[in-house]
Design a protein around this ligand. Structure first.
Ligand code: NDP
Ligand code: 8X3
Length: 252
């Protein structure tokens, strides 16, 4: 296998769009997420459309044992992973700090922060052995600014920002590039998850402006992997044209 990409959270949104974009570019693709049925469907879609191989791995990134077991069992011929896209993540709730649910805080920190750490730590030996690699971490505009009732989601993304910067320093000696991508509002299943299936509330987030699509973000992520070997895009914020920051929108 020539080029291999490993994507977390490929059952929906950015991860799914990245799987398709990288497959289109000829990458053999390791797709992961908890929903096995969706992974199988995506595998079928990709294999029908593109001449690449797909390896689906169903596991929960917040479960340390499951994550290491799944990654350690990757067959030998799939271990030359060039690109890791740490994308799996979620927000739960949009509540004032004093009213927020502690279990939801735990889930966000366990997934967005600890999950990203576990996956990276498990994949790194493969990249170090080949003396090369590229890790792409999904932050957010919420990694740059906190907003009202964003508390722990923002904290989890500030952590992704700090981890990305630390990784970039510590992995220099292994020739592993680290790119942090920080999207603004994108219409995926993100808000449906945040508002626990309340479709009306989820849709209201994107009213009055044109949000990013998953494909917009996947295209930019793919671009970051096409620059020459001696170039690294360290940090990239991508927003809808009607969004200036985590807080300021021009809605019509
Ligand atoms: P989606 O809800 O569409 O996709 C989230 C993906 O993460 C799903 O594939 C889901 O898979 C996976 N996931 C969630 N929890 C776990 C877990 N415990 N273990 C394994 N996989 C998990 O959201 P997006 O595509 O929008 O979000 C992707 C990333 O981008 C997230 O990190 C999010 O915080 C970030 N982001 C999103 C923005 C937006 O506006 N949409 C803006 C900025 C950043 P499954 O449920 O099958 O496990
Ligand atoms: C997702 C975008 O604005 O809901 O990270 O935090 S936002």
């Amino acid at each position: 296998m020539e080029k291999i990409v490993f994507i977390t959270g490929a059952t929906s949104g950015f991860g799914e769009a990245c799987a398709i974009r990288f497959a289109e570019a000829g990458y053999d693709t390791i797709i992961t997420g908890r929903r096995k049925d969706r992974l199988e469907k995506l595998q079928q879609t990709i294999e029908e459309k593109f001449d690449v191989n797909v390896l689906p791995l169903a596991f929960d990134v917040s479960n340390r044992q499951e994550t290491f077991k799944s990654i350690n069992e990757i067959p030998e011929n799939w271990r030359h992973i060039h690109i890791l896209i740490n994308n799996a993540g979620l927000a739960l709730g949009r509540d004032f700090f004093d009213e927020a649910d502690i279990d939801e805080w735990d889930t966000m920190l366990d997934t967005n922060v600890k999950g990203l750490l576990y996956v990276s730590k498990a994949i790194l030996p493969f990249m170090i052995a080949q003396g090369k690699g590229h890790i792409i971490n999904l932050g957010s505009v919420a990694a740059k600014e906190v907003y009202e009732r964003g508390n722990v989601y923002c904290a989890s993304k500030f952590a992704v920002e700090a981890i990305s910067r630390s990784m970039r320093i510590d992995l220099l000696r292994h020739h592993i590039k680290v790119t942090a991508i920080h999207p603004g509002a994108a219409e995926t299943e993100f808000s449906l998850v945040r508002f626990k299936g309340d479709a009306a509330q989820a849709e209201s987030v994107y009213q009055g402006f044109k949000p990013l699509t998953a494909n917009d973000v996947a295209e930019v992520i793919y671009y970051c992997t096409t620059v020459p070997d001696h170039v690294c895009i360290n940090d990239l914020v991508i927003c809808p044209a009607q969004q200036a920051s985590a807080i300021y929108f021009h809605k019509e």
